[in-house]
Design a binder for this molecule. Structure first.
Ligand SMILES: C[S@@+](CC[C@H](N)C(=O)[O-])C[C@H]1O[C@@H](n2cnc3c(N)ncnc32)[C@H](O)[C@@H]1O
Length: 428
């Protein structure tokens, strides 16, 4: 967990309450981002809320089993999620706040819930009961695969089937929070100059990939010298590879077909003075592309449109390069978005893969002869990667692979600390 201490700290009980609301939201099918957006309206320590909620979601199955063991009758929401958050911290990160502080703050948070005064004794009994036999309770819970791996069973079975040699390492990577990685805007600063500038301000970082810096300790971007001036952007190293793969040259006509929030649009324009059309089906998300480009001092043509419906946006002029960063299950970025594992269903993968196939078919039509299309997904599932590209090559004789497709796995070691991503470069 990152350092949760803000300038004006709220009591831990309030952060616990907001984190519990986020976890309850995910259990009811809403995203963690939605919950955090709500929490930011009221909490003075959104960093702690994020850390607590993300930790609880990584260990949600464990929290639920521990709660079922400790409570003769399962409590209703929101107490259920509050106790799950508290139990996951007591079980898996007790050093963070100290066990007794955490219990008393969780009891205070219970008291602040509607009708909570009546439930204080129950919450106290559950948490103190757990601490009395913590090792035994955890050992009993760990017979459940969900508690061991922090993932739904179907997800673990899929990983085992698709990655018989790597599934354990992938799961380990999933459960370690990703580092804060930045991409340096080489139009405005060299990586080494920016690294030294930050070091003088006490911010240590190390180079990664071609243009990245990994911070030793995550911090809000507002506390990062040069961020507001467009010297860098937050982007995982695996995602940074997309811009380089597209191979833009000055004057090229480039389509970024699924552009929002614009992480890769900005990178393409940092690399060359090209003519970029950035599409996204979601007009609200497209506004974030403009915000990012403005901060970086770059510009593109933006259009809200479904990329697969050519008649709604295409002017008939083909593109030299296309980036299709397709909508996908996001199974490669669960270390950054720990809610995804609980929100996805196996049927989503089939639905998203057929959507990706449709986008590939349509966008191939607007690629110039000799042009290249980069297909990317932040997924580890083969249906959204290798299988998708094999099927496309089979039904599209004019398409050739420029190089062997690349499946990056989400691992957490020093050498390979990046999200999971799939890339294929196709030539017409
Ligand atoms: C993986 S995200 C793109 C991330 C973006 N390339 C970046 O680097 O910041 C996928 C995006 O595709 C958009 N999208 C989904 N279906 C689409 C479609 N049919 N046409 C255009 N955009 C679509 C979603 O709104 C979402 O913003």
């Amino acid at each position: 967990m990152a350092d949760p201490t803000p300038a004006r700290a709220e009591p831990l009980s309030r952060s616990l309450m907001f984190a519990a609301a986020c976890v309850q939201g995910v259990r009811e099918g809403r995203t963690l981002d939605d919950g955090l957006a709500q929490a930011r309206l009221h909490s003075t320590n959104p960093g702690a809320v994020h850390d607590l909620a993300a930790h609880a979601l990584r260990h949600l199955a464990l929290g639920e089993v521990l709660l079922a063991q400790a409570a003769a009758r399962p409590p209703a929401e929101p107490l259920s999620s509050l106790l799950c958050v508290a139990l996951t911290v007591l079980a898996a990160a007790p050093e963070k706040y100290g066990e007794h502080t955490l219990v008393s703050q969780a009891v205070d948070a219970t008291a602040a819930l509607p009708g909570g005064q009546r439930m204080k004794g129950f919450a106290n009994a559950v948490l103190r009961g757990f601490l009395r036999d913590k090792a035994g309770a955890i050992e009993r819970a760990m017979v459940e695969p969900g508690c061991v791996y922090g993932l739904p069973d179907w997800w673990v079975e899929r990983l085992k089937a698709q990655y018989p040699g790597d599934w354990r390492a992938i799961i380990e990577g999933n459960n370690v929070p990703g580092p804060m990685t930045l991409r340096v805007n080489i139009r405005r600063a060299s990586r080494e100059d920016l690294r030294q500038h930050w070091a003088r301000a006490g911010i240590e970082s190390r180079p990664v990939g071609q243009a990245g810096l990994i911070l030793e300790r995550a911090r809000p971007v507002s506390a990062l010298p040069g961020f507001d001036a467009g010297l860098c952007s937050v982007q995982d190293e695996a995602a940074q590879r997309a811009g380089f793969m597209v191979g833009v040259q000055p004057g090229m006509r480039v389509l970024d077909a699924c552009a929002a929030p614009g992480g890769k649009t900005g990178h393409l324009l940092e690399l060359a003075d090209c003519d970029v059309l950035a599409l996204d089906a979601d007009a609200r998300r497209l506004a974030l592309v403009q915000q990012n480009l403005t901060r970086l001092g770059l510009s593109a043509t933006l259009k809200a449109a479904n990329a697969a419906q050519l008649d709604t946006w295409w002017d008939g002029r083909p593109f030299d390069r296309i980036l299709l960063d397709a909508p996908c299950s996001a199974s490669g970025i669960v270390r950054r978005q720990p809610d995804i594992r609980w929100l996805r269903r196996p049927t989503d993968i089939t639905r998203l893969a057929s959507e990706q196939g449709r986008l590939l078919n349509q966008l191939w039509e607007v690629l110039a002869p000799g042009g290249q299309l980069v297909f990317a997904t932040c997924s580890v599932w083969k249906e959204e990667g290798r299988d998708q590209i094999d099927a496309f090559l089979q039904r599209t004789p004019a398409a050739k692979r420029v190089s062997e497709p690349l499946q990056l796995l989400p691992l957490s070691g020093d050498a390979d600390n990046h999200d999971g991503f799939f890339y294929a470069i196709l030539q017409k």
